[in-house]
Design a protein around this ligand. Sequence first.
Ligand code: COA
Length: 433
Amino acid sequence: MASLGVAGKTRAAIVQGLRTPFVKAGGTFASLTALDLGRAVVQELVERSGIDPKTLDQLVFGQVIPTLLAPGIAREVVLASGLPRTLETHTVARACATSLQALTDVASAIALGVSEAAIAGGTECMSDAPVFTSRPLARALVKASRGKTLPDKLRAFEGLHPSDLVPVPPAIAEYSTGLTMGQSAEKMAQENHISRAEQDAIALASHRNAAQAWKNGHFDAQVFHVLVPPRYEKVADKDDLVRAGTSAEALAALKPVFDKRYGTVTAGNASPLTDGAAALLVMSEARAKSLGLEVLGYVRAFAYAATDPADQLLQGPAYAAPLVLDRAGMKLSDIDLFEMHEAFAAQLASNLQAFASEAFAKKLGRKGPLGEVDRSRLNVDGGSIALGHPFAATGARVVMQALHALKRRNLNTALCTVCAQGGNGAALIVERA
Ligand SMILES: CC(C)(COP(=O)(O)OP(=O)(O)OC[C@H]1O[C@@H](n2cnc3c(N)ncnc32)[C@H](O)[C@@H]1OP(=O)(O)O)[C@@H](O)C(=O)NCCC(=O)NCCS
């Protein structure tokens, strides 16, 4: 089922966006938390925008793999960043579309006239993902905590098997089907006949475009330098997963990860586990104008849709894109640039295939397919395969990157899409005029 867009109402103006560098999990940000990254990006965004923090009336933020000691990440970000403690917040979750959800919550509040100026974003620190105990060990710990004497406490652990002591990491898997995201991408590659060569070509384009964008300074206004505590000697000043030197041959040499015998999904054509945060400053058009702020662009329409996760898990954008185009009163050919999250090259290729497919259009009960996406207008500054994918930050990164690319090329509209866990898909159209 789909939810409503906001076309035709008070337009939400995206005034500015910012993100940390996206870095490989377990690397430069290994000692930090999602809260550290979220706080840093929000502080820097407010500082750079020059707005009085009292102007803000809402902050909506998300984290996909929550920090269990601080699960209300939005509130914690406000309290840690020195923003007014009275600033209203809520935490959102829509898996990889989490910061798009934050943006559309804010855009909806602006459209309804209940917000004038807000921050929307997301943060993820896979280096600090919670590690669980097994259920038997958890039960024993609870029982031991209730024991009145030491022998009582020790008895609680009787009967535990050594394997019960093994820590359990969070699964990047679908709860209902048990398939990992990578296995689901494999399934899509097989069912949609997406070749290894096509997946590697998408990965190569992602790295080439991202490397070129860094070289040309396209990210200078989008990414700030993070001084890494506690000694503040290390500086993260760039995305560290972009491989300027990768090649078709190097990608072709990588072994499949999720189906070792027959698979085509590799470390090279999958998005990597990443740490990072991103945030957008969003206002009503009137408020932005009254403050004399330059606007990057506006939310024209958005749509969410879902498919059966047991079918093609990451095909959600192909369901959401027709809805958002209808809501915006546009055709695919009206779109100037496409900014589509690359969870896996197989997923992106499958969604592009569905956009152009008569059979898929029929499945949706539509007259015809959306059409072909011109690859030269797709992810022009690279996508999640090269830049990385800190789950909750990706939506805001995608929107910010689209708006900067539109501005640089003096174009008007971009279609942004993100696929997400549960078979969810998000699509959002931004426009500059
Ligand atoms: C695919 C995955 C398992 C790979 O993890 P990893 O093994 O830690 O990946 P690495 O970065 O170490 O890469 C593995 C190897 O491939 C090489 N490699 C990766 N990308 C490459 C590229 N573009 N060109 C050349 N070599 C590349 C690395 O150098 C490394 O080589 P080495 O073993 O000789 O050092 C991990 O990134 C993953 O789980 N991704 C999916 C995350 C996910 O499910 N997200 C949800 C999306 S909805």
